[in-house]
Design a protein around this ligand. Structure first.
Ligand code: PLP
Length: 387
């Protein structure tokens, strides 16, 4: 059966080149990079090179990179570590559209007595920088704002945000999990203090993340134990995955420009065809200011889940922002924050492409989706929509 994977903001397939460089570390190269004997030394060479490669990908120094287990850990380490370092500051600023790895952590911290300001977004998913400016206080410990949104692909103006936050001397953390590998990140020119990346969003395996910590940042360690990762994250390093992550970063750097153009073309063709072929359809998110791989689209009067089930029958893997798709009970908090009408939120789908998608796959989706929506609308009590 034909299979088409267009859910790359959820996770990506492992690049064959990444898998290849990892394999020796499940065999001969098993040593602990901290050991001073030959078994450790042989591994340490690759481990150190991996850190340098990741640093170069982000425009950072190797000492500013620590390896974690995932984006969620990086976000938790950045926020909790900063709060521990500034115990007298009890205010956090974030946005209403962050990933749960930030938002749910903030809700948990609220229960522990921290005050959290969630910045709003407009109907296109953009932030109001005046609102950010006005939210900053003397007791603000950290501002945590994502680079690009995982559901809509909307990109926040991180450089301007960082300037505003740093002009008040406040720590700035950026969740760049969806941005890394899709837009260039150069931390030597971006005044961000802390930045999170996750391997499985850029064709490395699940279970590896990066936390960038700008030199001189005060950050209490999240995992306490041995001396690994310059004392900032204890635990024997996951060398095979770290080496794989470095290769994924190298590939991302090589393919980024070409990918942005080719993937955007495929995404735009899909978007234009669906808008043309299916009535009462809308795009969610700022079309001029999005990741080139992401399409969040709503079909009025149908349930996103039902569409997904039919797409799945045809071998197409996408995702929905309506409800219950990722085990969540509520419709997308991102689309709600954008005040998208409920009738559209319920019929929302996200297609997220990668360099492995082809034009032929896009044609396949364009062929299958319109009849699915028509059929579901015929059966839907919500259709035709009464005005
Ligand atoms: N932040 C964003 C924006 C994400 O999209 C995700 C995953 O979807 C995460 C954080 C969490 O990353 P991980 O799955 O590596 O924990």
């Amino acid at each position: 059966m034909k299979e088409v994977y267009v859910d790359n903001n959820a996770t990506t397939r492992i690049a064959p080149e990444v898998k290849k460089v990892m394999l020796p570390f499940f065999g001969k190269l098993f040593g602990n990079p901290s050991s001073i004997h030959r078994f450790g030394e042989k591994v340490a060479i690759h481990f150190n090179a991996a850190r340098e490669q990741v640093a170069s990908f982000l425009g950072a120094e190797p000492e500013e990179i620590i390896f974690t287990s995932c984006g969620t850990e990086s976000n938790n380490a950045a926020i909790r570590g900063t709060l521990d370092s500034y115990p007298h500051k009890r205010h956090i600023v974030t946005t209403a559209v962050e990933h749960p790895a930030v938002l749910n952590l903030c809700h948990c911290l609220e229960k522990q007595g921290y005050e959290v300001t969630e910045l709003s977004v407009d109907r296109l998913g953009n932030l109001d920088l005046d609102e950010l400016q006005n939210s900053l206080r003397d007791d603000t410990a950290i501002v945590s704002i994502m680079y690009a949104n995982n559901e809509t692909g909307v990109i926040f103006p991180i450089e301007k945000i960082a300037q505003i936050v740093k002009s008040r001397g406040i720590v700035f953390h950026c969740d760049a999990v969806q941005a890394a590998g899709k837009i260039p990140i150069n931390l030597s020119a971006l005044p961000v203090d802390l930045l999170s990346v996750s391997g499985h969003k850029l064709h490395a395996p699940k279970g590896i993340g990066i936390l960038y910590i700008r030199k001189g940042s005060l950050l209490s360690p999240f995992l306490i134990g041995g001396h690994q990762e310059m004392g900032r994250r204890a635990g024997t390093e996951n060398v095979p995955y770290i080496v794989g992550m470095a290769k994924a970063c190298e590939l991302a750097k090589i393919y980024l420009k070409e990918e942005q153009i080719r993937v955007r073309k495929m995404r735009d063709r899909l978007e234009e065809a669906l808008l043309k072929l299916i009535s009462n359809t809308r795009i969610n998110g700022d079309r001029e200011n999005r990741l080139s791989n992401t399409l969040n689209i709503s079909f009025e009067g149908v349930e996103g889940e039902s569409i997904l089930l039919f797409l799945n029958k045809y071998g197409i893997g996408a995702s929905s922002g309506s409800a219950c798709t990722s085990g969540s009970e509520k419709p997308s908090h991102v689309l709600r924050a954008m005040e998208i009408p409920y009738i559209f939120i319920h019929g929302s789908l996200r297609f997220s492409l990668s360099r492995y998608n082809t034009d032929e796959e896009i044609d396949y989706i364009i062929g299958k989706l319109p009849p699915i929506v028509s059929r579901l609308r015929e059966l839907s009590p919500l259709w035709p929509v009464k005005v």
